[in-house]
Design a protein around this ligand. Structure first.
Ligand SMILES: C[S@@+](CC[C@H](N)C(=O)[O-])C[C@H]1O[C@@H](n2cnc3c(N)ncnc32)[C@H](O)[C@@H]1O
Length: 717
């Protein structure tokens, strides 16, 4: 837990001047200059925080309740209940007191999990405690004497009483005109609201093109993402010129010493972060005068981010590198705020309008999510437990993060098709696919973790999906066990760096974890709960290795002659390049008969084609990235491939041998190029993994000291 999370006593120094001094460059951040300052969409995460200031509570370092319009909702709690301990989305989240009463889940499995989960009563303090935010986007602070009161007032009023909404186009414009403040949605006003949303979405679509272009320029022109050098004059004036008086960047030795003595005070951290962001933001102007190198400032800032938000240093740096400096802070801040609660209408049982009406009658305040989904509803408040309504029990909806809709929308399964959901538990996406197939065709819902297929099966039954076959294979066994699919979804096991707001344990390593962790890695069947504890480059390499194996198997499971399909969607709830673009690029190199196509998603940032010295295929820009601070959704990645018929060559013949060939290919390339295994160190883990496999197959397991040693990961896989 970071200092930010720990600090429950007194109000630390407000850090809002940070933003005043180093306002993010809108150009660099791909935000909309054309939008008026009052446009909430500029800072979705900020909106959530503002919401917190209005009777809602955002606590330090731990996400608490999101209570829009006085309501209470916690996305992570809800999906926890829904998905019975899923790996992705909300299911691993802690449950807080309030959520238990409001979003009580009737699903037994979910309840068990809630009861057993790390229920931190200390958080009750946080529920009552003051809001503390490191807010780059908060223009001013009430406490800042440098800001005239008039300015303060107008800036504060920008963030009107609005609920935190899903912002697919990084925009949440015109909430007023769309009637956000006109009271709850009713049957009478729902159509009108939907129309208003459509109109808004159309306007936003235009702006989005502009934003995408900016984002693309940003990636193109700035490999190192080195901050906001291009602040305009006005911004510089606001930023207040040179670095703060009296501030001296600690030396490496001082930093080490500080760590040894248990870190520094929160207000010192805050000030230092503010100063570092300011200097890095205008390095050309300020940097030279400091007599220090840019990397010293970056190192200090990353180290402070790690302490302040409670990440391990490695992960803090990895995530920091994804963004320009100021945007990185926005990202870390957004991870401290819960995402909106959303549900997906199960069209096998009901229509969205009927569901909305039924829930409105029960005292649920909700609204359609946006134009991009015709089944999603965002819940703002509820007087009943949303995970235990009769409609929920009757399978009329799934509690599901909005980002989880995206890969299935991209997959776009057509009636009568044969679809493989390669890593499917607990079934949020499987049941969505089944609904889009209108209960025709067949969905093979596979998950390597047998225990997790229980909640998958339960969800399949509850939602009335009759075209689903549940199975439990290692995904890398496909297409050996079965092939010829029209479409394959690979919602891959990942590090979970996109869902930190739901599962803050992603931030750190846990005591006692490594044994299990390595065990699973060497078995290369990674339960996502475990895969999340990544703490070194090697861990990411191993995870990426599994993802590469799985994606080749997914490709090889497709029937390229499919009349209606021939598509694969690869998705993760992670934002790291290793798990996303690098995997996609690898698949393109290994399978020449495959190319990327448009995901069909209306929003999301383009995938990176260049990143920290790596160059990916140009077409990788067709992939889409989603961020909490931009879209007010979990961090997510979606890529869509089309598989063509192969013109037979030697390599293709090899590929046709199926999963084994796919696995071997990855092994050969990766083992030599990237992953250097220390066989001696790994031997016990390999042996243990082998024992597990034998046990699972019902074979007699030899005593530990006589277990036959596996020598390579390839052999154990
Ligand atoms: C991101 S979660 C899937 C979430 C699911 N698609 C949903 O929407 O509910 C990843 C899943 O991959 C499974 N998994 C891990 N390694 C696997 C493997 N080698 N083959 C198949 N599934 C695997 C995990 O058990 C986990 O349930």
């Amino acid at each position: 837990m970071g200092r930010r999370a720990k600090n429950k006593q007194g109000n630390p120094e407000p850090i809002s001047p940070l933003y005043e001094n180093a306002k993010p460059s809108q150009k660099k951040l791909g935000k909309r200059k054309a939008e008026p300052e009052t446009h909430e969409s500029r800072r979705p995460a900020k909106k959530a925080k503002e919401a917190a200031g209005k009777g809602k509570v955002v606590a330090k370092g731990k996400e608490l309740k999101q209570k829009s319009k006085g309501g209470k909702a916690s996305g992570k709690d809800v999906e926890d209940a829904e998905e019975g301990g899923s790996s992705e989305g909300w299911e691993d989240a802690d449950l807080k007191t309030e959520a238990i009463s409001l979003f009580n889940n009737s699903d037994d499995e979910g309840l068990d999990e809630l009861e057993n989960d790390e229920f931190d009563l200390e958080d009750e303090d946080l529920l009552r405690g003051p809001v503390q935010e490191l807010d780059l986007g908060s223009d001013v602070s009430h406490d800042d004497p440098a800001i005239p009161a008039s300015k303060l007032k107008s800036k504060r009023s920008k963030q009107a009483d609005r609920p935190t909404k899903i912002i697919p186009n990084a925009s949440d414009a015109s909430s007023d005109e769309d009637g956000d403040d006109d009271g709850p949605v009713t049957l009478a006003n729902m159509e009108a609201r939907s129309r208003a949303l459509d109109a808004r979405a159309a306007r936003e679509a235009e702006l989005d093109v502009e934003e995408l272009q900016r984002a693309a320029e940003m990636v193109e022109g700035d490999d190192e993402f080195d901050g906001v050098d291009d602040m305009d004059d006005e911004e510089e004036d606001e930023a207040g010129g040179v670095s703060g008086e009296g501030f001296v960047l600690p030396s490496v030795e001082e930093r080490e010493e500080e760590k040894k003595t248990g870190g520094t005070e929160v207000h010192v951290l805050q000030r230092r972060m503010r100063e570092c962001v300011k200097v890095l933001g205008r390095w050309k102007k300020l940097g030279e005068n400091t007599g220090r190198s840019r990397s010293e400032y970056v190192d200090q800032l990353v180290s402070d981010i790690a302490s302040y938000y409670g990440y391990n240093d490695f992960l803090a740096e990895k995530l920091f590198q994804l963004f320009p400096v100021t945007e990185a802070i926005e990202f870390f801040e957004a991870n401290e705020v819960p995402r909106p609660v959303t549900i997906r209408t199960n069209t096998l049982r009901t229509r969205r309008r009927d569901l909305a009406q039924a829930l409105v009658n029960r005292g649920v305040n909700l609204e359609p999510i946006g134009k991009w989904t015709n089944v999603g509803l965002q819940v703002f408040e509820s007087t009943v437990p949303i995970g235990a309504t009769p409609e929920y029990l009757a399978g009329h909806y799934m509690l599901q993060a909005a980002s989880s809709f995206l890969p299935v929308i991209a997959l776009s399964p057509q009636p009568q098709e044969r679809v493989l959901d390669m890593a499917s538990a607990p079934g949020g996406k499987t049941t969505h696919i089944a609904a889009l197939l209108q209960n025709t065709g067949v969905v093979f819902a596979n998950d390597a973790n047998k225990a997790r297929t229980k909640s998958l099966t339960a969800n399949v039954h509850r939602l009335g999906a009759k075209n689903v076959v549940v199975c439990s294979y290692d995904g890398r066994e496909f297409p050996k066990v079965m092939g010829g699919f029209d479409r394959v979804l690979l919602d891959a096991p990942c590090s979970g760096t996109g869902v930190i707001s739901k599962d803050s344990s992603v931030k750190v390593n846990k005591v006692g974890f490594p044994q299990t962790f390595h065990d699973h890695f060497h078995d290369l069947i990674i339960d996502v709960q475990i895969s999340r504890y990544v703490q070194s480059e090697r861990d990411f390499t191993l995870l990426s290795h599994l993802q590469k194996q799985l994606i080749l198997c997914a490709i090889d499971s497709i029937n390229p002659a499919s009349k209606t399909g021939g598509y694969i969607v690869y998705s993760t709830c992670s934002v790291t390049v290793d798990e996303n673009e690098a995997v996609v690029d690898y698949a393109l190199r290994k399978r020449p008969n495959v190319h990327l196509v448009d995901t069909g998603l209306e929003f999301g940032r383009e995938g990176y084609t260049r990143y920290r010295g790596k160059t990916f295929d140009d077409s990788v820009k067709l992939t889409r990235r989603f961020y909490p601070h931009v879209h007010n959704m979990d961090g997510f990645f979606v890529a869509k491939f089309k598989v063509e018929r192969r013109t037979k060559g030697k390599k293709d013949e090899e590929n046709e041998k199926g999963a084994v060939a796919s696995k071997m290919e990855v092994d050969e390339e990766e083992m030599t190029e990237e992953v250097k295994f220390d066989e001696e160190e790994d031997r016990p883990y390999l042996e243990e993994a082998k024992r597990h496999r034998m046990k699972a197959k019902g074979l007699r397991v030899p005593p530990r000291n006589r277990a036959p040693a596996a020598t390579t990961v390839k052999a154990s896989a």
